[in-house]
Design a protein around this ligand. Structure first.
Ligand code: ZN
Length: 353
C-alpha cells in the first residue's frame, strides 16, 4: 500500500452533497458528520493502485466511517477513529490493527468504484482527485531522524577515503521535514547547500536490542529522502548538526510504501537528478551497512519508536565531491527516485535577503 499524508486544497461540498452521495434519501446516517478533509488538517490516505482513478487519494478514516455508517454501526466516526486514525503517527503507533483495517477499507473502495449501485465515493469525500489535494511528508513530524554517514563505499571515498567500521549515526532535527510539494530553502547563512538522495525507513514497531535477522520486523515501510546539507557548516566549521538540520533540509515522500511491497530493501535502484542532470546513480546493495545492520546497531543504544525515520546514507556523486562543486541554486529542482518506492521532486529557492 502507498500511504500518503494529504490535505485538501480548498473547502468544497458540504453536508447535503455528502448525504446524497451516501444515502439515496439525502440524509446522513446517524453519527456521520459532514466533516472530512479540510485545508490545514493533514490526514492519512492511500493512493488508489489501479483503475481509471489510479493515483487519486483515498481518505482511509473517512472511508471506514462511511462503510460503518452503511452497515448501521452506531457512532461510525468514533468507531473509525478507534481503529483507523487519520493522524499518521497514531496510525503507526497501532500499526498492525491500522494496517489490517486500511487494507480492508481500500478493498471496499476499489470494489465499490466498479459497481453502478455503490455510493458516490467522490461526493462522499472518500476518494479525492489528486489535483484537489496537497501531499505532505508521509510522516510530517518524526520523533527523531537518525541518519547514517558514509554508508556507500564510493561516497566514503569521495568524502575522505575511509570506510567506517561501524555505522556512523547522526541526528537531523524533525523540524527540517518538508513534503513532496514543498521547496528546499537555501538559508541566507549558507553558500554551499548540497543534495543527498537516500532510502528512508519509517519505524512502525517499538524496538530495542533487535537481532539482525529480525531487525526488519520493526519497519512499517519505506520512502524517499533528500538529506540536504549545508557543507560550510557541516564540514568547514564542524557544525554537523546544524548543517543537516536547517529548515526544509529533510524532504520526505511522496508515499510511505508498506514493507510487504519491498521484500528486499537492498535491491533497489536510486537516482538523483538536479535540474534534469543525473548526478547520483547506485543500487542499495552497495550500502556498507545494510538496513538490518543499521537497525540492529542503533537499537543496541536507543529505543526505536513508531514514527522515527532512518536515513540510510547517500551514494557517491554529491555536489561537494564534484569539480567544480555543484551547489544547489535558486530555481533548481532536485529529484530523487528509488525503484518501487517513488520519485521525490522539490524545487529550490533562496531565502529572501
Ligand atoms: Zn546523508
Amino acid at each position: 500500500m502507498h500511504l500518503v499524508c494529504f490535505e485538501r486544497k480548498e473547502v468544497r461540498t458540504g453536508l447535503p452533497a455528502v448525504a446524497e452521495a451516501v444515502l439515496p434519501s439525502g440524509a446522513l446516517p446517524p453519527g456521520l458528520e459532514g466533516g472530512a478533509a479540510r485545508p490545514g488538517c493533514p490526514r492519512l490516505g492511500a493512493l488508489l493502485p489501479t483503475g481509471p482513478q489510479a493515483g487519486d487519494v483515498v481518505d482511509l478514516n473517512r472511508a471506514l466511517a462511511v462503510r460503518l455508517a452503511l452497515e448501521d454501526v452506531g457512532a461510525p466516526e468514533a468507531a473509525a477513529d478507534a481503529v483507523l486514525p487519520s493522524d499518521p503517527l497514531a496510525f503507526l503507533r497501532r500499526l498492525d490493527i491500522s494496517l489490517a483495517e486500511a487494507r480492508g477499507v481500500l478493498d471496499f473502495v476499489t470494489s465499490s468504484l466498479g459497481r453502478w449501485d455503490a455510493p458516490d465515493l467522490v461526493r462522499a469525500e472518500v476518494v479525492l482527485p489528486r489535483r484537489q489535494v496537497r501531499l505532505a511528508a508521509p510522516v510530517p513530524r518524526p520523533g527523531k531522524i537518525v541518519a547514517v554517514a558514509r554508508n556507500y563505499g564510493a561516497h566514503a571515498q569521495e568524502r575522505d577515503g575511509a570506510a567506517p567500521e561501524e555505522p556512523v549515526l547522526f541526528l537531523k532535527a524533525p523540524s527540517a521535514v518538508i513534503g513532496p510539494e514543498d521547496d528546499i530553502v537555501l538559508p541566507r547563512a549558507s553558500e554551499t547547500v548540497d543534495y543527498e538522495g537516500e532510502l528512508a525507513l519509517v519505524i512502525g514497531r517499538r524496538a530495542r536490542h533487535l537481532p539482525i535477522e529480525r531487525a526488519l520486523d520493526c519497519v512499517a515501510g519505506y520512502t524517499v529522502a533528500n538529506d540536504v546539507s549545508a557543507r560550510d557548516f557541516q564540514n568547514v566549521r564542524g557544525q554537523h548538526f546544524i548543517g543537516k538540520s536547517c529548515d526544509t533540509f529533510a524532504p520526505l515522500g511522496p508515499a510511505l510504501v508498506t514493507a510487504d511491497e519491498i521484500p528486499d530493501p537492498q535491491d533497489l535502484g536510486l537516482h538523483t537528478l538536479v535540474s534534469g542532470e543525473l548526478l547520483q546513480s547506485a543500487r542499495t546493495k552497495e550500502m556498507i551497512f545494510p538496513v538490518a545492520a543499521i537497525l540492529a546497531f542503533a537499537s543496541r543504544l536507543m529505543t526505536l519508536e513508531p514514527g522515527d525515520v532512518i536515513l540510510t546514507g547517500t551514494p557517491s556523486g554529491v555536489g561537494a565531491a564534484r569539480r567544480p562543486p555543484r551547489w544547489l541554486r535558486d530555481g533548481d529542482v532536485v529529484e530523487v527516485e528509488i525503484e518501487r518506492i517513488g520519485r521525490l521532486a522539490n524545487g529550490v529557492r533562496r531565502e529572501p535577503a
